[in-house]
Design a protein around this ligand. Structure first.
Ligand SMILES: Nc1nc2c(ncn2[C@@H]2O[C@H](COP(=O)(O)OP(=O)(O)OP(=O)(O)O)[C@@H](O)[C@H]2O)c(=O)[nH]1
Ligand SMILES: [Mg+2]
Length: 362
């Protein structure tokens, strides 16, 4: 087989690169950039709903919506440009009302896409849930219990986990990338310090942080752990190793910290509640209706750009006399955001980066 391929290459054939077929379909105008991205999303989707969302995007449901939005923006932009030729004295209030009404409609549609971004992103790529906390509190044991296998090394000595460990789990149909991290403590060990730095990086980017402490050590945490809590992360506090204290002591803790969770990673007590709390904290419990939407940070940034420009249009139309040049300028900016989304006039460098993340054969 290799001989045949080498021979073809020798006579001028070009081997397909990553994402070659999707890229060609995009470059030849058969699909737009969101549809191209949905191919990669579908391959890597980690839930049934994620596959459905990607499939709907590939079939063009999102493109139809975005193209309709684009047409509306072009319509208002043309109207605004036309009004620029009308003398100020001849402007009538219904002219401005038309711009305001149409822009408000566009803003509502854009806002819906922004509101559904998290759901669609998590359903296709998974939520990042990071287990963190002081050394030896039982993070790796909890990680293993949630994953259902002994993936992480567990040891009675603190400082066991030094690097990040990831596993994909599904809770209530929600795909979750669960991450075990190095325990946080003051240490001189270079490898451990790097592990803690990486843990902090992940904590910053997490959709949800589970802060695990050892209940037998009371409510003492290190300064670094307290700093994590100060950041505006979505945090679930977990007191672990409850099998090591008496029922009386546990009741006291539960009364005092009624909003926190109490687990034994070893016996499995409290894990069911933990899973329920994770689903609650991700805010996806009742969100079962979304069948398509924007799913990637690139798409999100493009729509945010449009949204900001559309909000500016509405602000400008609130002030008299209305500055139509500014209205047109902001509408053009909103249009550029939408066109970025569709991949119209996208820089070659960005396209190459994007398709390089595909696998060969797609
Ligand atoms: N009794 C009891 N022991 C536990 C529980 N969870 C963990 N342990 C024990 O606590 C010790 C530390 O557990 P690990 O899971 O390695 O703790 P860790 O937080 O990952 O530790 P580092 O990676 O060093 O930060 C081990 O001896 C575990 O068996 C628990 O719920 N109950
Ligand atoms: Mg560990």
């Amino acid at each position: 087989m290799k001989y045949v391929i080498d021979l073809c290459v020798k006579y001028g054939a070009c081997p397909a690169g990553p994402g070659e077929f999707t890229k060609r379909a995009f470059v030849n105008g058969k699909i737009d950039l969101m549809q191209a991205e949905s191919v990669a999303n579908m391959v890597s989707a980690s839930s049934h709903r994620g596959v459905n969302i990607s499939l709907n995007v590939l079939r063009g449901a999102l493109s139809k919506k975005i193209n309709a939005m684009r047409d509306k923006i072009i319509d208002v932009l043309s109207y605004s440009e036309h009004l620029l030729d009308v003398s100020e004295d001849d402007l009538i209030s219904s002219d401005i009302t038309y711009i305001v009404d149409k822009t408000t409609e566009i803003q509502e549609n854009v806002q819906k896409l922004i509101d559904n971004y998290n759901t669609c992103r998590i359903m296709t790529s998974g939520a990042l849930v990071v287990l963190c906390g002081p050394s030896n509190s039982g993070k790796s044991t909890l990680f293993n219990s949630l994953v259902g296998s002994d993936r992480a090394i567990v040891n009675q000595d603190p400082g066991t986990t030094r690097d990040l460990l990831e596993a994909m789990i599904i809770i209530n149909g929600i795909p979750i990338t669960l991450v075990d991290t190095a325990g946080i403590r003051d240490t001189e060990d270079g490898v451990e310090i790097e592990g803690i730095r990486r843990a902090e990086d992940y904590i910053r980017g997490a959709d949800l942080v589970c802060l695990i402490t050892d209940i037998t050590l009371g409510n003492k945490t290190t300064e670094v752990v307290d700093n994590i809590l100060l950041k505006e992360n979505n945090v679930i506090k977990i007191y672990n190793k409850i099998d090591l204290i008496t029922t009386g002591e546990l009741n006291k803790y539960q009364r005092k910290y009624s909003r926190e969770l109490f687990t034994s990673a070893i016996t499995g007590v409290g894990l069911k509640k933990l899973k329920k709390r994770v689903v609650n904290a991700l805010n996806l419990e009742n969100n079962t209706s979304e069948t398509f939407g924007i799913t990637t940070p690139r798409q999100y940034n493009a729509i945010i750009k449009s949204s900001a420009a559309i909000s500016s249009v509405l602000k400008i139309t609130n002030e008299m006399p209305i500055q139509l040049e500014l209205v047109s300028y902001e509408l053009q900016s909103a249009l550029r955001g939408i066109e970025d989304l569709l991949g119209i006039k996208t820089a070659d460098e960005l396209l190459n980066n994007m398709f390089n993340s595909f696998c060969v054969g797609k």
